[in-house]
Design a protein around this ligand. Structure first.
Ligand code: MG
Length: 392
């Protein structure tokens, strides 16, 4: 089933302006925007072929900054309307141009805690039903208040659910329902399932998670930041090790920097032993194979390739999993060349390739006191460690 995702980010969020006049979906949470957190689990899902974001017409610049390196996974954004309902319709109409998808997941930009498992459960339900939404049973006792703030009644909570997003629908009927609602109904619908219900579609409930909360107020944002800092993400550590031997030449590549030397390092690529160890450390933190698996030396494409390509690929794999690099550390083992004069250039190069600040990058060097293959100046070894935050 050709599946698209529509992210609704057009609201102004006046109730939860993080700083100045930043709407909540553009607020920063654990190093990336709330919007990017909302997109990431959909962007990395293999069944979702296209993602479009509905934005406020004034937010084009904010949007570009907020999606960052996810931009490559997204269709052009579309401008929303005056209400959420109008914004969703604008997004659906935009997806309907050309080859429309068979189904669509509609998701709030202000929900940064969606999990892959929840998306999978929704998609499974959509193979049976016209529509499916994530929802959680109401656990609190519900009171109806009088105008004076006293309790008028206790509401029976049996069978009551709190609707979340994503809400998933077969595309043609939800588009038809939205078009009809825009023309025929004066009701203010607050989610897409209520429009589907109004149009007579059968929508099933898929049990979601209380974690998939919507950030509405400044307090929600503070709590979400706390969740990310404590239980929202887990720390992963990976290690890497690599060796390349010397051969006749006049320079070596080390940690992305060309260092003049009376020999070169032999290898299929540019033989940058530091970047190879670091790439493996990042892949190790993800549990995602190793550099030889992703860039086999038998593949002619990587002959003489700059090793920065490998490191950037590993960093993209971290981002695709919704993760973030905390810090990396490389140790080069060699008698020569001297690393000290190049250390800051190496740190700056790695920092820029990984999209982190240079204070999150360590580069160190040591000799082996003349012992072993390094001591005999037969080659250079490198070891690396990477710490990565990943959604738990
Ligand atoms: Mg290597």
């Amino acid at each position: 089933m050709a599946l698209a995702a529509l992210i609704v980010a057009a609201g102004r969020g006046a109730r939860a302006r993080a700083a100045g006049d930043t709407p909540k979906q553009y607020a920063e949470l654990a190093g990336r925007s709330v919007l990017a957190h909302a997109i990431a689990p959909l962007a990395s899902h293999p069944a979702i072929a296209a993602i479009k974001v509905v934005i406020h017409p004034d937010d084009a610049a904010r949007y570009s900054g907020a999606v960052g390196d996810l931009a490559g996974s997204l269709l052009e954004p579309v401008a929303g309307g005056a209400t959420r309902q109008a914004s969703v319709l604008a997004g659906l109409e935009s997806l309907a141009q050309g080859q429309p998808p068979e189904a669509v997941l509609i998701h709030d930009a202000a929900r940064p805690f969606l999990s892959r498992a929840e998306v999978d459960r929704l998609l499974a339900a959509l193979t049976v039903h016209e529509g499916a939404i994530l929802a959680v049973p109401v656990a609190d006792t519900l009171k109806r208040a009088s105008g004076d703030g006293t309790i008028a009644a206790t509401v029976d909570r049996t069978g009551l659910w709190r609707a979340q997003t994503p809400q998933a629908f077969r595309f043609a009927p939800i588009l038809a329902a939205h078009r009809r609602a825009a023309n025929q109904s004066a009701a203010a619908f607050t989610d897409d399932a209520s429009i589907a219900e109004w149009a007579g579609m059968t929508i099933t409930i898929v049990e979601g998670s209380a974690r998939n909360t919507k950030i509405t107020t400044a307090e929600d944002l503070t709590m979400a930041a706390h969740l990310f800092a404590t239980g929202g993400l887990e720390t992963r550590t990976g290690t890497g090790f690599d060796v390349h031997r010397f051969a006749p030449g006049d320079h070596v590549w080390l940690c992305g920097v060309r260092v003049p030397h009376n020999e070169r390092l032999e290898g299929h690529s540019d033989a940058d032993v530091g970047l190879h160890a670091l790439t493996d450390a990042l892949l190790g933190a993800l549990g995602d194979g190793d550099i030889g698996q992703h860039f086999p030396p038998t593949d002619a494409r990587w002959k003489g390739a700059p090793s920065r390509l490998f490191l950037v690929d590993a960093a993209k794999r971290v981002a695709a999993r919704g993760g973030r690099i905390i810090n990396v550390d490389v140790t080069l083992l060699c008698e020569a060349p001297r690393i000290g004069p190049h250390r800051d250039a190496m740190r700056a190069t790695i920092a820029s390739l990984l999209g982190v600040s240079a204070d999150r990058v360590g580069v160190k060097a040591t000799t082996t006191e003349g012992l072993g293959f390094v001591g005999r100046r037969e080659g250079i070894a490198a070891m690396a460690t990477a710490n990565v935050l990943l959604p738990g």
